[in-house]
Design a protein around this ligand. Structure first.
Ligand code: HAM
Length: 422
């Protein structure tokens, strides 16, 4: 037997209903905030992520699905959406659009070769938002308000928004120097990844999964002490806007995020529930990326965004016991007796469905009792039993499954019957 690849999943009909519900809710929310959908390729040049996400990040070093195509090009299944959206913004000259920032959202599969555990997949579905073309703190506040609105709209309550500022490029440089000085004397005790990170990307040491409990991490210098005046003013402005919008947040100076493009605002939304026993608590993450477009040879434009995975949103809903949707009942189930009735039912179904009435029938020539059971399983609102007699008389008894009442109607009036119920 051939099995599904590790870290991927089949989403079966009972689950897809939830996915569709979530996706349409997200699409609706996007209309409220005036964000529009962008669709970029599933694979991109490997260079895009190496440069955009950062050569020394775990995502690029360890987690990418890279391959060569028949033309010997280095390609990668996208591990995230921001670099691709930034590439598209540049390539499609969206900076020429008079409406800045360009407000975009995307939804689709992302791929990371990660260790499999609950809430962590190798193929997962991100819903992401990017606002590119403005450096106004009110865009940061809008994005954070949107994150909270999304999760609260599903009825989730046990949430914690954690924010930080990682400053502009200058602040980061000063901070990186302080980190090198701090970790250098003790780096021998750290994992081999951290030892290489010390000079290439010292901030990564702060979110190392192996060394996170080391005392030197707890006593490390804090970025907030290295923010220059401009970065501090920006951060304060974002926080005061959040206060005005009544958005509760916690500050965590060690929140540095796993991707290199961030500047200024960085944030994560976490599950905040003492009864939760999973290892993964981050539901959503994002931040501002003021240098990314220039790094990709684009214009001097800045952006901010976030991404969440539907898988982790479902995990949070399950944790809080929130049921998303009832199964949609079927309008009509046709019970058939005999070949002629079955043949008639095929045509009738076609007519009903084209009139926007959901309907189904038996396909296994089962006994009436078994067909009635199937109607129950599908929560059919009405049933008819169709046999030679009904065809001859051109009438049928239509039964309301909830009340048990029946009504006799003409066979060619079934569509009208439903239309009159609307
Ligand atoms: P990220 O923190 O790498 O950021 O991922 C964002 C979200 O994607 C996570 O919070 C989580 O919900 C989900 N996620 C990541 N990896 C997995 C996985 N293996 N299995 C399931 N879910 C996962 C980004 O990707 C940035 N592009 C976000 C962003 C947009 N920043 C600015 N704009």
């Amino acid at each position: 037997m051939i099995n599904i690849p590790r870290g991927t999943q089949d989403i079966l009909p009972a689950e897809t209903k939830k996915w569709q519900f979530i996706e349409s809710r997200l699409e609706y929310l996007m209309t409220l905030y005036n964000y529009q959908e962008i669709r970029t390729p599933i694979f991109e040049s490997t260079d895009l992520f190496a440069r955009g996400v950062g050569d020394s990040t775990d995502v690029v070093q360890k987690e990418m699905y890279n391959f060569k195509d028949k033309g010997d090009r280095d390609l990668t299944l996208r591990p995230e959406g921001t670099a691709a959206v930034a590439r598209s913004y540049i390539e499609q000259k969206m900076h020429g659009d008079p409406n800045q920032p360009v407000k975009l959202y995307y939804i689709g599969p992302m791929f990371r070769y990660e260790r499999k555990q609950k809430g962590r997949y190798r193929q997962f579905t991100q819903f992401g938002v990017e606002a590119i073309g403005s450096e106004d703190p009110s865009v940061d506040a809008e994005i954070l308000a949107m994150v909270m609105h999304i999760y609260e709209s599903f009825g989730l309550k046990n949430l914690k928004l954690v924010i930080n500022s990682i400053g502009d490029i200058d602040s980061r440089q000063a901070y990186n120097e302080a980190l090198v000085e701090h970790f250098e004397p003790v780096i021998g005790d750290f994992c081999s990844d951290c030892q290489t990170r010390l000079h290439s990307n010292p901030m990564r040491i702060l979110d190392c999964k192996v060394d996170r409990d080391k005392p030197a991490i707890q006593t490390a210098p804090r970025i907030t002490d290295y923010l220059n005046e401009e970065s501090l003013a920006y951060y304060n402005r974002v926080k005061s806007l959040l206060n005005e919008l009544d958005i509760r947040y916690e500050e965590d100076p060690n929140l540095v995020r796993g991707l290199d493009y961030y500047t200024h605002t960085a944030f994560e939304l976490m599950i905040d529930d003492p009864s939760y026993d999973g290892a993964i608590t981050t539901l959503c993450g994002g931040g501002r990326y003021n240098g990314l477009l220039q790094l990709l040879d684009g214009p001097n434009q800045t952006g901010i965004g976030f991404a969440l995975s539907i898988e982790r949103l479902l995990m949070a809903l399950e944790q809080e016991g929130i049921e998303l949707v009832d199964t949609e009942p079927l309008d009509l189930f046709i019970v058939t007796m005999g070949d002629q009735a079955d043949h008639f039912a095929v045509k009738l179904l076609n007519q009903l469905r084209k009139s926007n009435i959901s309907a189904d029938k038996d396909y296994l020539k089962r006994k009436i009792k078994a067909q009635m059971k199937q109607a129950d399983r599908l929560s059919a609102k009405y049933t008819i039993v169709l046999g030679d007699q009904e065809l001859e008389n051109n009438t049928v008894d239509i039964k309301n499954m909830e009340s048990g009442n029946t009504e006799t109607i003409e066979l060619n009036n079934i569509v009208e019957f439903f239309k009159n119920k609307e």
